[in-house]
Design a protein around this ligand. Sequence first.
Ligand SMILES: [Zn+2]
Length: 441
Amino acid sequence: MIEFDLIDFSSPGDIKTVQDRLLTDLIGHVSGTSQYYKNIFRQNHLTPDDIKGVDDLHKIPFTTRDDLQRYNWDFLSAPRHAVREIVSTTGTTGEPQFIAMTGSDIDRLAYNEQRSFTYAGANPGDLFHIAVTGDNLFIAGAAYYRGLIRLGAAVARVGPQNTIRQFDLIKKLQPFGIVAVPSFMLHMARAARELKINPRDLGLQKAVLIGESIRDASLRSNPLGELVEEAFGEICYSTYGITEGQVSFCECVQKNGLHSHPDLVIAEVVDEEGKPLGDGETGELVLTTLQIEGMPLIRYKTGDITFKTTNTCKCGRNSLRIGPIIGRKQQRLKIKGVTLYPKTIENAILGIKDVVNYQIEAVTGENQSDRVILRVGSLRTEAELRPELTEHLRAKARVTPELVIESPEAVNERLTEGGSRKAVTFKDRRSTEAANERLQG
Ligand SMILES: [Zn+2]
């Protein structure tokens, strides 16, 4: 792996020159080693010579999640004995996919995270409390751990322990920063209140937050971000990581979108027909990984909806930035002509007092349109809660799904229906037919 120091501060032209070179390296690599891409090149009458740089990327068809799942090990571009670690996607949508990493890929992952932490203002010597899991084939926990050590910072590998243990370790070790999932930070804030602890007194100066978005499309804090910052102060940095790409995007201190690492990934945002979109236009994020040995991906459709920005950031970096992830493509809802994602509804009701739990259910309604039912578990009466909920949804999500107010126990039963280990807050019962139509636009 080659480290292109300060590449983000280079001119857009220089960044492109580096990406052109790394892309041709990638094409040369996969065309000789990846069974999957060998087939794709043959079927599309492409030779490595046809791809001279980023401008030729469009000649190569997209790789989908489905492709990666179906031909998983055909993507392997290194000998089996060179594999050092196997990670997997969470499988929240469909079966998990395995990603095999070589020693060089593990170093690349650490380099990616080392750089991301410096964007958030971390320095050698800083101690970080890692509250996300480091096992179960989960890539992010390992990435943070290795990245911080590569930076010369220190780590306390705490993982998802109970809040008492988290507070105890934070008080004793006095970390500079924390790495966590936003909703876990919110959970900690609530627990702190019960324990009469002011979260701000914990002395945390940086919170690097993964897994969920804390910004809205205008890059301001969304309700989840607001609640976390209300409790802990404005110490939050949003990041977006993707297992398949072995890469993350992160905010800099300007908090003006999530920076990409141009020597590790080429990012595109495309519309329903696969046409590349311009700055600020919302579509699906597509990634081409650079400098990966084990399982490189070309034009991988992530299923995540966002937009890109290519202008110079206030921090002086010229690396492409993406907005927050607005939702998952497959989960897109259409209510009375308004397109939105379950996350928008979740965020709208997040701050409402006495909402204990909830589940959003989508079914296929008349004329193949979506019917969305929001079940809220609360001890408050229907007459008290309904007007507040309706108003919040209209203001923050611009829609009013069908509202059902039930007991928290009844909602809880739905959340764990079928023995699911993870609470299913979005239940998609829409017909396959309608789903196919939806995905084709
Ligand atoms: Zn920046």
